[in-house]
Unconditional design. Structure first.
Length: 188
């Protein structure tokens, strides 16, 4: 593989300026809400708030903090940001990188959210995301600028002997893959 990982990503099909009513107003009901997390302290910490409605997932908000460009944050500081990201939405689960043991424990101790270790198969997850993007089943709200920026720079490593992504500009891509592989593909 070479070039962009998600060359099927289409701004006209996959980016929305207006959220479905059930996603914009959670009191209307109908949608299920999840937060997916790619954990980092010095590396970026990326989290997306997703609304899943009738088989389509919309990333409606995001939190992205790059500890390389600013002072690194603690797990408690990241947790506070997750609370703000969730806001009034009735988040069903947080899906997080399974290697983020300290953050998983921080989330559990606060007791607001259920937490689930993400299914982290890279190749299979990329295939799932690619399929759902091409079907128009993944939407990104235009305010999620870090996720949109990464779509334009997430690339295959053309120097590798096997299919492998370049491990940069991939934090929102990883949190999206965790959500798709864990919630959308397996039914939550």
């Amino acid at each position: 593989a070479e070039g962009l990982v998600y060359h099927h990503f289409d701004r006209e099909k996959n980016v929305v300026a207006r959220l479905p009513d059930c996603c914009a107003q959670p009191k209307l009901g109908g949608g299920q809400y999840y937060i997916s997390i790619d954990y980092g302290t010095r590396n970026p910490f990326s989290a997306g708030l997703w609304c899943l409605y009738e088989g389509t997932a919309t990333r409606i908000r995001e939190y992205y903090y790059d500890g390389r460009k600013k002072d690194p944050r603690t797990d408690e500081e990241h947790y506070k940001a997750l609370e703000e990201l969730a806001g009034e939405y009735p988040v069903d689960k947080l899906v997080i990188d399974p290697s983020a043991a300290s953050m998983i424990e921080t989330i559990r101790r606060h007791g607001r959210f259920r937490v689930r270790a993400a299914r982290n198969q890279v190749a299979e997850g990329i295939a799932d995301v690619t399929r759902l993007l091409s079907q128009g089943k993944i939407k990104i709200h235009e305010s999620c600028t870090d996720c949109l920026r990464e779509f334009a720079s997430y690339r295959w490593d053309d120097k590798a002997a096997e299919d492998r992504v370049i491990k940069e500009n991939d934090h929102a891509m990883d949190d999206m893959r965790y959500f798709v592989r864990t919630i959308m593909r397996k039914g939550g």
